[in-house]
Write a protein that binds this ligand. Sequence first.
Ligand code: SAH
Length: 247
Amino acid sequence: MAKGKVYLVGSGPGDPELLTVKAKRLIENAEVIMYDQLPGKDILGMLPESAEKIDVGKYAGNHKLSQWQINELLVRRASEGKNVVRLKGGDPYLFGRGGEEAQALAAEGIEVEVVPGITSAIAVPAYAGIPVTHRDFASMVTFITGHEDPTKTDSALDWKYLARFEGTLVILMGVSQLPHNVKELVKHGKPVDTPVAIIERGTRPDQRVTVGTLGDIVGLCKQRNVKAPAITVIGDVVKLHRELAGN
Ligand code: SAH
């Protein structure tokens, strides 16, 4: 039997109008769709009746299938000759382990095509009136995964370097480790008055923005019960939020 193909499709940050034309076409024609909750309910509500839909449910620590099981299921369905869409929030290759899924499929000789999506790392700040770069405020930007285990001794994150970084810091998956990450930045010399914005459920109808500084953001988030999924933006570009957010 001819093997099927797997499309690793980025769904964008949640607003269905930010799906690419290609993503929409592939979703509409898929025989199998494997997804988690990150694309959000508006996009998940568009999945066609006709497709086999599998919620692999890797959401905020509440794993339904392990990464290994997801890889195995992708391989199995493609080996059955099916056209499979693996729908992933934002862009498939920015965090979220899309690269690993592609590797697992390639190792089994299964054809994979990546369909880039609009990443939440840029679009979510944009919808909150924050350009991640701006000639007056930041000529560089870096994307950071925030949920590293702080007890890990060989952290991939060099906080000393990040505290000195002159550009915008955008942290994904950063809600649970926010107190630790803020402490590291301040400890290594990042000024406590550096502006910070945290945007929950960006681009969705219930988007919420919390603005503060490194000095007070942890308290504000606690007060407002800030929850994942959220993007944290640290740097002077946050000052543009008032002017550009239209609220
Ligand atoms: N590949 C995705 C990121 C996967 S990591 C992308 O390119 O967007 C998961 C993290 O993405 C979440 O913890 C959160 O930090 C961020 N995220 C994704 N969609 C979001 C949204 N609509 N609002 C806020 N954060 C979002």
